[in-house]
Design a protein around this ligand. Structure first.
Ligand SMILES: [Mg+2]
Length: 394
């Protein structure tokens, strides 16, 4: 898993601190060729120089607000060059500006990966880089977490090393318990617990995502069955990643699993991310519509991190919108985050969607989300994810 990655990335950013942060993230995930430019003019010089070399730039990560030539002008010039790589934009601006810039990039026919909101969520950056690398000949191989081998991942699948943890959700209105989300944990034989950001993409690369996710669902349904027998029917949320949704057996396997455990489908919420939808648009519409038809609830997860997906919200029969934690963490002192969360909740209400605020870690964040009319809270403030032995129905 340590083969070198030939992805060539150009970062165009005027703030040295941000530049350093992004460069470090890129190096950490195995990108070896990182070029930097502090404004659009320098960025274009880099592009034209590299275009004449044997290995042109594959991906540009570009800030929108910069001195001399800003990101918007830079993108226009880029469209006039022969640049054939992809683009990620970086911004602290509000969602409406991002969506108009997104539109502009599409009009220019530049391969657009998505927009990253500052402060940058490393998890999203990794997903974006993985996607950009799919357009090149040598896909990216992010490193394994320290002390973990590929064999550990396979062993975990065979020997119950993958465990479902459960994070509780509560209503803002009266603080009552409103269900749990099943989240995967990798538990190594030495007891070390690894969180999904560090291994989900590795299973994806090994083509084992479906096995992983079905094990997690199965454990989740077992717990819900026990709780039902105790007289506590509880809403359970499960995550469906891009590769499992693309698996043609997915729908049947999920239905069979639900049937085997005797869980009513309306107790199950299927969460998909914006990226999952983009990767599988036609299939996503088919599967998700059928699930909805069969009584499952549907949630759009990590909302706001990827593409502007208001259109998908209208096309797909969602019941719930989960506001990504990057908008909730630090919201107390960040007016832009406040505006984004407030307008997202308003939009969701107009579309008749329940809203869940993820990453609620402080009482101030709780109060803000509650004041905006958000329905459910999920975060460290109300409880981290726990193993099945440590969580009780309420
Ligand atoms: Mg989720």
């Amino acid at each position: 898993m340590s083969d070198t990655n030939s992805l060539k990335v150009l970062v165009v950013e005027d703030h040295s601190f941000q530049m350093e942060h992004i460069t470090n993230c890129l190096v950490q995930i195995g990108v070896e060729q990182v070029l930097t430019a502090s404004d659009g003019v320098e960025g274009l010089e880099n592009i034209s120089r590299e275009q004449n070399s044997s290995a042109p730039v594959d991906l540009i990560i570009c800030d929108l607000q910069m001195p001399n030539m800003d990101g918007i002008a830079f993108i226009r010039h880029l469209s006039l060059s022969n640049y054939t790589g992809s683009l990620i934009i970086l911004t602290a601006m509000d969602a409406s500006l991002v969506s108009s810039v997104t539109q502009m990039i599409k009009e220019y026919k530049i391969k657009f990966i998505g927009s990253l909101h500052k402060p940058i969520d490393t998890k999203v950056l990794i997903e974006f880089i993985a996607e950009a690398s799919e357009y090149t000949d040598t896909p990216l191989s992010p490193p394994l977490p320290e002390g973990v081998s590929e064999k550990d991942l396979i062993d975990a699948l065979l020997n119950n090393g993958l465990q479902s943890y459960f994070q509780p959700r509560f209503k803002f209105s009266d603080k009552s318990f409103a269900g749990v989300e099943a989240l995967a944990r990798l538990v190594l034989p030495n007891g070390r617990i690894i969180s999904p950001d560090n291994f989900l993409y590795l299973y994806e690369k090994l083509n084992k995502s479906a096995e992983l996710e079905l094990q997690i669902y199965s454990q989740a349904f077992q717990l819900i069955k026990v709780w039902m027998q105790m007289g506590h029917p509880t809403q359970i949320s499960i995550n469906v990643g891009p590769s499992i949704l693309a698996n043609t057996d997915f729908y049947d396997e999920l239905q069979a699993l639900v049937k085997r455990h005797g869980i009513p489908t309306d107790l199950i919420t299927v969460e998909v991310t914006e990226r999952t939808l983009i990767d599988n648009t036609a299939m996503a519409i088919e599967y998700l519509s059928r699930l909805r038809l069969n009584g499952f609830h549907l949630a759009i997860d990590d909302f706001g991190t990827g593409y502007s997906s208001f259109k998908q919200l209208e096309i797909l029969p969602f019941n719930e919108l989960k506001i990504d934690k990057s908008f909730m963490i630090g919201i107390e002192a960040d007016e832009q985050k406040q505006a984004i969360v407030k307008s997202t909740v308003e939009l969701a209400k107009r579309l008749n969607l329940n809203t869940v605020a993820e990453g609620v870690e402080t009482t101030e964040a709780w109060n803000m989300a509650k004041a905006y009319g958000c329905d459910l809270c999920q975060g460290y403030l109300t409880g981290a994810a726990k193993s099945k032995d440590n969580i009780r129905p309420q």
